[in-house]
Design a protein around this ligand. Structure first.
Ligand code: GLN
Length: 435
């Protein structure tokens, strides 16, 4: 046995990227030997408090590691801390954290995106080279785009969800975030693969060397990806990136994706329904502060949840509970599943003709704090990221330029199980850009 060196970690965390750090992280031998890695706070870490940025889980120390964390430890990574996020992953800005918002290192008057905003800011701010995020409807790709880093939402099932505290299980995946495509690929190699403890796990390992050859790759660009709400300055930066791939030999084909009209509604009905069911377990008995035993179960359940959950989480539990209630189930949940089927069918049809789809990751650059004060305008900004979650296909965001000093992300979406291909196209872009 080689003795494991320990490193001292002193983050200069001006962005409030970390909810807590590990003062003397352990590391070992392996593919990530000694590399500091940050972990989003909804991923279980044995012995390290895990709160999902919610008051209801304050003080909760998981007795076991998520599978992805086991993989990190096995490959020698140093887990240096837990990153800030929107409470339970519900949000697009990291403003919904019960412990305060993270700032965007590119401009500290603006949000880093969300919900994995802490992980993205930790990388963009130079505190760690790589981090884990989770993506239910864009939560890896949105902060990657807003902070100017790379983030991959893997194919549903390629990375184990065992030990991830669920928000909307049919949509979410853990994925790698880093400053460049090579590091995202390296982290993906470590965390992906079959896990018998996740019943949705795919039996497909990820071992890949990124290939920058883009000649002959067919890239579809759906008109809807540049539709209403997309800032023309963002659109122009993204078109320049797509043109660069064309000059390098890719074939660009414009196409249509009509199901985009239903994607956002299908997503928000599905995720709130799943959230209402998943979050029922937080009752003040099994997790968090103990309930007051002098009160009836009903009273203490209500009180713990009213005080423990933030406004957005309560809103979504109520929306989901309403949509699932008898009499409304067919009108909302069943309809959302039908719309979800259309999104899948649209991708399947498009991927018969093209290898990947390209467009902006987010319709705008990072917002100012408080800019999206009503929930609906916040939800609308997820329009370009939710389709990949509804269909379970892989999608990556890679930085492709700026509007002023604010980063813009290029999103590449691929066929089911073809995560390697979206990584390759992002790599081709990154190499072409730095050439
Ligand atoms: N912004 C989306 C939401 O609020 C996505 C969140 C996520 O991917 N966790 O649900």
């Amino acid at each position: 046995m080689i003795p494991v060196p320990s490193i001292e970690f002193h983050p200069d965390d001006r962005y409030f990227a970390f909810l807590r750090t590990v003062s003397t992280p352990e590391c070992g031998q392996g593919r990530l030997a000694g590399i500091p890695v940050a972990v989003k706070d909804n991923i279980s870490t044995a012995g390290i408090e895990t709160t999902c940025a919610s008051r209801i889980l304050a003080g909760y120390i998981p007795p076991y590691d998520a599978t992805v964390v086991e993989h990190l430890r096995r490959e020698g990574a140093a887990i240096v801390g837990k990153t800030n996020m929107d409470e339970f992953g519900m949000g697009t800005t990291t403003e919904n954290s019960a412990f305060g918002p993270t700032k965007n290192p590119a401009d500290t008057s603006r949000v880093p995106g969300g919900s994995s905003g802490g992980s993205a800011a930790a990388i963009a701010g130079g505190l760690v080279p790589m981090a884990l995020g989770t993506d239910t409807g864009g939560s890896i790709r949105c902060p990657a785009a807003f902070c100017g880093i790379v983030g991959l939402k893997p194919t549903y099932g390629r990375v184990s969800r065992y030990g991830l505290i669920a928000y909307a299980n049919s949509l979410e995946q853990i994925g790698p975030m880093a400053g460049n495509v090579t590091d995202v690929n390296r982290l993906m190699e470590v965390i992906a693969g079959y896990d018998s403890r996740d019943s949705t796990s795919l039996n497909q390992a990820y071992l890949h060397t990124p290939d920058p050859e883009i000649r002959g790759v067919k890239i579809g660009v759906p008109e809807e990806f540049f539709g209403e709400g997309v800032d023309p300055r963002v659109a122009s930066v993204v078109w320049d990136a797509i043109s660069m791939l064309e000059r390098k030999g890719a074939e660009i084909v414009t196409c249509r994706m009509p199901s985009m009209a239903y994607a956002l509604a299908a997503y928000y009905v599905t995720c709130t329904c799943e959230a209402s069911s998943n979050l029922a377990r937080f009752d003040g008995v099994r997790y968090g502060d103990p309930a007051d035993t002098r009160k009836t179960w009903h009273e203490s359940f209500q009180e713990r949840r009213r005080e423990g959950f933030g406004e957005e989480v309560r809103r979504r539990i109520m929306l989901g509970t309403f949509a699932l209630s008898s009499g409304y189930y067919g009108k909302y949940y069943a309809k959302a599943q039908a719309a979800r089927h259309h999104v899948r069918a649209d991708f399947a049809r498009l991927f018969r003709d093209v290898d990947v789809l390209a467009g902006p990751t987010m319709p705008t650059v990072a917002f100012r704090f408080g800019e999206k004060s009503d929930p609906l305008s916040m939800y609308l900004s997820d329009i370009l990221t939710v389709p990949a979650n509804l269909a379970g296909v892989p999608a990556i965001s890679v930085p492709c330029g700026k509007v002023g000093n604010l980063p813009v992300g290029l999103q590449i979406t691929g066929r089911w199980r073809e995560d390697e291909r979206v990584v390759d196209v992002a790599y081709a872009y990154e190499q072409g850009r730095s050439a």
